[in-house]
Design a protein around this ligand. Structure first.
Ligand SMILES: Cc1cc2nc3c(=O)[nH]c(=O)nc-3n(C[C@H](O)[C@H](O)[C@H](O)COP(=O)(O)O)c2cc1C
Length: 183
């Protein structure tokens, strides 16, 4: 046995398209990150949500530099991560697209922390922006958790191979197209 690799590692890294497609195999829940900027509710669909630390209580999400909403939330300093339930794919659709007014016709409440609290979600994590680390074409946003709420029980909305749920055959045709750049 030697420490030399048996095969060459002279392999190009994945292109953005290859990496996005491959990462679709990592099934996750879906959230909508909301905030208020200049009195206006804002939000975007966000899959890259994770717990970071229990003490102090910290979570993270990653926000692409192309998004219009994250700079507005950053300015306000507070946000709410709303974890969607299985029946809320329409909510994901409206917040995952650059088209349309995201809050039109949607019922929501203003939380005590000043961010939109979506209804019927499995979990709300109310946060203040704790730290922001630029990483490539995204910001890794660390939120300090102010309060958690579990408004609804039930099954989660799952995003897998660019579509909702895990029951569809592969290879899946990505659900998101039309200039929206996810999945
Ligand atoms: C299921 C799903 C998950 C997404 N996850 C993220 C994410 O983790 N980070 C991100 O920056 N954008 C994510 N997006 C893309 C944004 O929601 C999308 O670019 C949105 O149009 C941004 O809106 P904005 O330009 O108003 O900020 C996701 C979209 C979908 C549909």
């Amino acid at each position: 046995m030697t420490a030399e690799p048996a095969v060459s590692t002279d392999v190009p890294p994945p292109t953005p398209t290859e990496l996005r497609g491959a990462m679709g195999a990592f099934a996750s829940g879906v959230t909508v990150v909301t905030g208020v900027d200049s009195g206006e509710p804002v939000g975007f669909a966000c899959q890259s949500f994770a717990s970071v630390s229990l003490e102090p209580p910290l979570i993270l999400f990653c926000a692409g530099h192309h998004g219009r909403t994250w700079p507005r939330i950053r300015r306000s300093g507070r946000f709410c991560v709303n974890v969607l339930g299985e029946e809320q794919s329409e909510v994901c659709g409206r917040f995952g697209s650059r088209e349309g007014r995201k809050f039109d016709g949607l019922e929501w409440d203003l939380s005590r922390w000043g961010a939109p609290a979506l209804r019927d979600v499995l979990l709300r994590v109310h946060c203040e922006v704790h730290a922001v680390h630029a990483a490539g074409d995204h910001d890794v946003v660390i939120g300090r958790v102010l309060e958690v709420e579990t408004p609804a029980e039930g099954r989660p909305l799952i995003f897998f191979r660019g579509r909702f749920g895990v029951e569809h055959p592969e290879p899946a045709v990505p659900l998101w197209g039309n200039g929206d750049r996810w999945g």
